[in-house]
Design a protein around this ligand. Sequence first.
Ligand code: GDP
Ligand code: MG
Length: 137
Amino acid sequence: MTERTLILVKPDGVERGLTGEILRRVEAKGYRIAALQQFSATTEQLAQHYAEHEGKPFYQPLVDFMLSGPVVAAVLEGERVIEGFRSLAGTTEPTTAAPGTIRGDLGRDWGEKVQKNLVHGSDSVESAEREIGIWFG
Ligand code: GDP
Ligand code: MG
């Protein structure tokens, strides 16, 4: 039942100094941080990471945003951590994400700025293993 997931603190979270607050919530929930590193993402890494979104209208703005500043990547471990972190993160749009979630408490962007939603979390066991490979080799 123990899983691993790949999370990112996106450039808006790093720039706003929210990395500690986000990791605090992860640790308070009881997940273990198994790896942690700040990166300046490359276009190649992001093309792999966001391959499922290639061709969508928000793809290029999303990649450009992810290149706009450093990101912090972490591998989390715990029981049902994939689903659990996505629950901590909240739904995609910060304006309407539930209070109590990372996006709902700390973000308020929407529309064409919805890419500024502070965090990424893998959405399945398969994407978690693929994304851990992209960021941590
Ligand atoms: P997530 O799993 O909640 O992160 O959302 P998705 O996998 O659907 O989308 C990946 C990321 O693309 C989101 O976290 C947002 O940063 C961004 N995104 C998703 N939908 C839109 C959109 O309609 N417009 C823009 N500008 N960005 C979007
Ligand atoms: Mg997603």
